[in-house]
Design a protein around this ligand. Structure first.
Ligand code: 4AD
Ligand code: MG
Length: 463
């Protein structure tokens, strides 16, 4: 069906004799001789105003048209005499496509809470806020591809089903086949995953190890896909299923990695401001009044680069004036409250913390000369905290073998990974950026359950 999207109609430079619009009715208002409809088709934040004169032959269709109904409209695009819009449609034909029971339709013309809207994930993208959020999400994904494409990175696909726990945190979901025909084992138990793959299979927590394989032959690559974590942390920043962007560069060290992360975040902020200004405006005006300033700050300033050791010292000095629930201690991970103190209070800008203690980081990170820390980095931003985690990878065969042994990892499962160090090893580095966390940062949205259209969190799998 030929149709003009509302976004195009509203950008028109001249009247149009005959256009067809299809969308959902936001409001319907009757006056003596006319009915006014506000119609939204998801192509932009704005609705198009449609005036239906009672002379229009299909006028009676209006009876069944209420808020939420889907409609098809034909008419003339004319300059609007009213305030608030440049163009409006004078309908010549109107048809109801799908009715919506006005009693039952959950989206009323009032402000609904985010909590309520989470219970109707099937309808919330029809609200202004969530429509805007998911359009920005779509543009953000495009911007990510553009950034890497412009820099000659290859987009590679890494597996979702995997046999290895990249982060070594044991927070994986197991994959089982539901082939009920598999006979039980001698002990009566059925392990469908074992029977299908001949070994346990999990959902990936990170594509990194596979991305390293591809970087160590193609040069610079990135993967961008869903990742899964069975961490039982019921926080506004953790989801069990989220999207991660993971670049991996051959012949690169930690400094190259941090430079890339900084350029990447700045690019994304600038891109979204340029390409989603109308949608973003909703968030700067109604969601976070500080958002504009925060985004300016990230786009224009170099990030602070701070060794972990100094970060802990700053946090320790901040006490007792600054009350932390968790004491900042060398050898322990920074807590959200610490990340927020550094970015919001102390530096008031993004902070890259690097050289973390070896003891709290995974096996693959490159051991520094001090033998105590590894070449790891986290990018922390105001409000959201950690948005990127990355490192230079251990490229020395013996050191890596030693780390695998020290951490008690099953060596035989990493032979393929060791091969990258055995044959033509190179310094290489990469990071993972939480896609939803960036979206939260860009829009001021405070809960990851809203940045994902269909959130999966502990105790929650809506459909
Ligand atoms: O810091 P993480 O765990 O790093 C890795 O997985 C590395 N293997 C990445 C790499 O070097 N290629 O995760 C990376 C980012 C975090 O900084 C955070 O933004 C996001 O992924 N993240 C989550 N986002 C939402 N929900 C969760 N449960 C997340 N866990 C991590
Ligand atoms: Mg991390």
């Amino acid at each position: 069906m030929e149709r003009t999207r509302v976004v195009q109609a509203l950008r028109s430079t001249a009247p149009v004799d005959d256009i067809q619009i299809m969308g959902w009715v936001r409001t319907k208002r009757d006056s003596k001789q006319f009915t006014f409809l506000e119609v939204n088709d998801g192509s932009c934040l704005k609705n198009i105003q449609v005036i239906v004169d009672s002379d229009v032959p299909s006028y009676s269709e209006l009876e069944g048209i209420n808020t939420g109904a889907s409609v098809r409209l034909r008419g003339k695009l004319v300059e609007s005499p009213g305030k608030g819009q440049k163009w409006e449609v004078q309908a010549t034909e109107i048809a109801l496509i799908g009715a919506a029971d006005p009693e039952g339709y959950p989206l009323q013309k009032k402000r609904h809470s985010d909590e309520f809207l989470r219970t109707i994930a099937q309808l919330r993208p029809r609200t202004n806020k969530y429509g805007a959020l998911y359009r920005i999400r779509a543009e953000l994904a495009q911007a990510i591809h553009r950034f890497f494409h412009e820099r000659g990175f290859y987009y590679v696909h890494t597996p979702i089903i995997t046999g290895s726990d990249c982060e070594g945190a044991g927070e994986m979901f197991q994959v089982t086949s539901l082939d009920m025909n598999t006979p039980p084992r001698a002990n009566g138990q059925v392990d469908h995953s074992q029977d299908f793959f001949g070994q346990s299979a999990m959902l990936t927590v990170s594509g990194q190890l596979s991305a390293e394989v591809l970087a160590c032959s193609l040069g610079n690559v990135y993967t961008f896909g869903p990742t899964f974590r069975a961490e039982n942390s019921n926080t506004p920043r953790h989801a069990a299923e989220f999207w991660m962007v993971e670049p991996e560069m051959a012949f690169a060290d930690l400094k190259d990695d941090i430079d890339l992360a900084e350029a990447f975040l700045q690019y994304l902020v600038t891109h979204i401001r340029e390409h989603c200004s109308e949608d973003l405006d909703l968030f700067t005006r109604f969601v976070d009044k500080e958002l504009s300033a925060t985004l300016d700050n990230i786009a224009e300033n170099a990030f602070v680069r701070l060794p972990y050791r100094e970060a802990v010292e700053i946090l320790q000095k901040a006490r007792p004036k600054q009350a932390f629930e968790y004491e900042p201690t060398f050898g322990e991970d920074l807590q959200t409250e610490h990340e927020r103190y550094l970015t919001e209070t102390h530096f008031q800008k993004p902070v890259v913390v690097y050289d973390y203690p070896k003891s709290i980081k995974p096996f693959y990170m490159r051991v520094n000369d001090d033998q105590e820390t590894v070449a790891a980095m986290d990018v922390l931003v105001p409000r959201v905290g950690e948005i990127i985690g990355g490192s230079q990878r251990e490229e020395r065969l013996e050191v890596l073998e030693g780390r695998i042994a020290d951490m008690g990892l099953p060596r035989e499962e990493y032979e393929w990974y060791l091969d990258l160090r055995r044959y033509g090893t190179v310094p290489h580095a990469g990071f993972g950026m939480g896609f939803e966390r960036v979206l939260m940062f860009l829009t001021g949205v405070g809960n990851i359950r809203d940045a994902v259209p269909f959130p999966r969190t502990p105790g929650h799998l809506h459909f």
